[in-house]
Design a binder for this molecule. Structure first.
Ligand SMILES: Cc1ncc(COP(=O)(O)O)c(C=O)c1O
Length: 434
């Protein structure tokens, strides 16, 4: 059976709520949708099993610990990471994973932090602690197609622990940045944070082939449920270099008030402050098994087909739509940013969002927490931007100050449950924009 036919059957089996509610959901980069069997199974399990707070020896406590350890193991298998080399630290989300580095990476005077201009703000935020510790922060610029030709010129020799951070897939343009940058940066003595939040839901990541030091992800972006759980997958030799500033319940082997001592546990627990979202762990296991049964390469093929359909639909609108980033299928994922053009100008994205909401077409508007890609896409130069957000910020004031040019875009993103009829609904909507 052709992959697309399989996915049509999956849509009616697991995502019937989309058609029942007449929702054309095109916001998979925001969140994946959960398959209905996953939450049905979860409801049955929660009403028939007793899970307790882990970190103890009772039956309910051990049931939670077992689910957590299985979720770690399945996560490592999902990215083909050797458990001898890697470990999984559970966090609240991808942002929480990156924040561990913000708080613990040993930046010092002489360190370098090299970021692609295309980065989510959750990665951009690393620049604050890096600078505070005396590191130099540099951004690799983007070309007009929202790719960076090379990071090599920015990989100057560092005199202290240094970090390169980039997204495997852009959440703005869908660009796949070269995974070869990981080894290139490591050869120059850098540690590498690979932000896999947008990439991993629909592309195979193989950490044996691409041994990034740190990988951040959110599980809800892969299989929709549960929210509130992410992970930092970390090479053990890299985690040994992290310097925690804080200890907490759950992270210590031993602490003494009178002797002012706190000794961290070995392994990922040293970074898991307080009680992990233990009730979510069985569902994380189920979600990973569900994806494995679908096979990530088949998901990737389906998403490629839907992305191609989406790009064709936008192309069909000719110069009434501008697409930011690549317009072809080369090295990209299922995320497309665009604006509607009328009278030679971008229609304010909020107006398109408004109509989309009225027609139950779920797309997203703004700059998607990715200011570097947005500034490049809309050709906003640093001096004009600085002049325009000096006072109180609002999108409409910012746009007016920049002479009415685009300050945000629409983003459509496809996933496991997307069918061509969802894309037709977007196409029809865009035609109707006056
Ligand atoms: C590439 C990328 N990185 C990081 C994040 C942050 O993820 P979260 O909000 O789940 O922490 C996102 C969220 O959209 C993303 O797309």
């Amino acid at each position: 059976m052709r992959a697309t036919a399989d996915f049509a059957a999956l849509r009616s089996r697991e995502f019937a709520r989309l058609d029942r509610t007449r929702t054309a959901y095109l916001d998979y980069a925001g969140a994946a949708l959960y398959p209905e069997s996953l939450v049905r199974h979860e409801a049955r399990r929660l009403s028939s099993t007793v899970f307790g707070n882990p970190h103890s020896e009772s039956g309910p406590s051990l049931a939670s610990t077992a689910a957590m350890e299985r979720a770690r193991q399945l996560t490592l298998e999902f990215v083909n990471a050797d458990p001898g080399d890697y470990e999984v630290i559970f966090t609240a989300n991808a942002t929480g994973a990156i924040r561990i580095l913000a708080e613990s990476f040993p930046f010092a005077r002489g360190s370098r932090l090299v970021l692609t201009s295309d980065n989510h703000n959750s990665v951009n935020g690393l620049r604050t602690p890096a600078r505070r510790a005396g590191a130099t922060v540099e951004y690799v610029p983007l070309a007009a197609d929202l790719r960076s030709a090379s990071i090599e010129p920015w990989l100057r020799t560092a005199r202290a622990p240094s970090l390169v951070a980039f997204p495997a897939q852009s959440n703005f343009s869908g660009v796949h940045h070269p995974l070869a940058w990981v080894a290139e940066a490591q050869r120059r003595g850098y540690r590498v944070l690979l932000d896999a939040a947008a990439y991993i839901p629909t592309s195979r990541l193989d950490l044996t082939a691409t041994p990034a030091d740190f990988v951040a992800l959110s599980y809800y972006k892969i299989f929709g449920y549960p929210t509130g759980v992410g992970a930092l997958i970390v090479r053990k030799d890299a985690s040994a270099t992290l310097a925690r500033q804080y200890f907490a319940g759950g992270t210590v082997q031993f602490a003494s008030v009178q002797n002012d001592v706190a000794r961290l546990v070995d392994g990922p627990g040293a970074f898991e402050d307080g009680t992990v979202n233990f009730l979510a762990m069985p569902a994380v296991c189920d979600g990973l098994c569900w994806i494995n049964r679908l096979v990530i390469d088949r998901i990737a093929a389906h998403v490629r087909a839907m992305t191609s359909t989406l790009l064709d639909a936008l192309r069909d609108l000719g110069d009434r739509v501008i697409v930011y980033g690549p317009r072809d299928m080369h090295e990209r994922g299922g995320v497309v940013a665009f604006n509607v053009i009328r009278g030679g100008r971008a229609v304010p994205y909020e107006d398109v969002e408004h109509l989309a909401r009225a027609r139950s077409v779920s797309i997203r508007g703004g700059c998607f927490c990715n200011p570097g890609a947005a500034e490049r896409a809309f050709d906003i130069d640093a001096a004009s931007a600085a002049a325009c957000y000096r006072d109180d910020f609002s999108v409409s004031r910012f746009r007016r100050c920049l002479g009415g040019s685009a300050v945000g875009a629409l983003r459509a993103s496809v996933g496991v449950a997307t069918e061509p009829r969802d894309i037709d609904r977007l196409h029809d909507l865009l035609i109707d924009i006056p």
